[in-house]
Design a binder for this molecule. Structure first.
Ligand SMILES: C[S@@+](CC[C@H](N)C(=O)[O-])C[C@H]1O[C@@H](n2cnc3c(N)ncnc32)[C@H](O)[C@@H]1O
Length: 211
């Protein structure tokens, strides 16, 4: 699982930002509601891994009193997250970190909630990345990692719009991730979490972990 993958958005931050605003925007409030309902985390610290423009972390911030650490390997994405956090008046409970999920520069047991949407397909080593996420979670903390669209209807609409823009969009996506998905049960078992759950339905694919 040491393959290099093209980093979403890294080559065209403005184009990625436009797609998030024009196409993906409705999914974030829906996913944020689902995460808060499932995890019941509304206070403390939340880490948004591979935050992109910070859309999910900001949606979580709107629903909670959580302090959000926006984390991405792309400085351009972190800059966009900062601009939006400023616009949305959440700077006093936001911080920003540039880095790679495989070497997370955060202390053990510091996060109440770790969220990550649409980033894991680009991670080269899921075992290492999941270990890093688990390490920074507090006891009783939750992680919600995956690539969902919120609902099956939103998923269908977005796939259709994206295919109108680019007919090859996401073609063969599930097959590309097959080795990682097959390795996931063992990766999760090795974490020795108090609970893990793989959610794979018509709205998308998520891994829910409770430390
Ligand atoms: C498809 S975007 C998703 C952005 C955002 N979470 C969203 O849902 O709109 C994937 C993001 O993951 C980031 N990323 C990819 N690999 C990463 C890694 N190893 N460590 C940190 N961030 C990474 C990319 O820079 C990009 O911003």
């Amino acid at each position: 699982m040491q393959t290099m993958r093209k980093q979403a958005g890294a080559s065209d931050p403005e184009g990625f930002d436009a797609i998030v605003r024009e196409v993906f925007a409705p999914i974030y409030p829906t996913i944020a509601e689902q995460i808060v309902a499932k995890t019941q985390k509304t206070k403390g610290h939340c880490l948004d891994v591979g935050c992109g423009t910070g859309a999910l972390g900001r949606a979580i911030a709107r629903l909670s009193d959580l302090h959000i650490t926006f984390f991405d390997q792309s400085p351009e994405m972190i800059e966009l997250s900062m601009d939006y956090a400023h616009e949305e008046n959440i700077m006093r409970r936001s911080d920003f970190l540039i880095g790679d999920i495989h070497h997370l520069a955060l202390q053990d047991n510091t996060m109440d909630l770790v969220i990550s949407r649409g980033s894991s397909p680009f991670w080269s080593d899921w075992n290492r990345a999941y270990q890093e996420i688990f390490r920074v979670l507090k006891e009783g903390g939750h992680a919600y990692i995956g690539g969902g669209f919120g609902t099956a209807k939103l998923r269908e609409e977005i796939i259709q719009t994206m295919r109108e823009r680019n007919p090859d969009w996401r073609k063969g996506f599930a097959n590309k991730l097959r080795p990682e998905r097959e390795a996931l049960p063992k990766i999760l078992q090795d974490l020795q979490a108090s609970q893990t759950n793989i959610i794979d339905d018509a709205s998308g694919f998520w891994v829910h972990i409770i430390k």
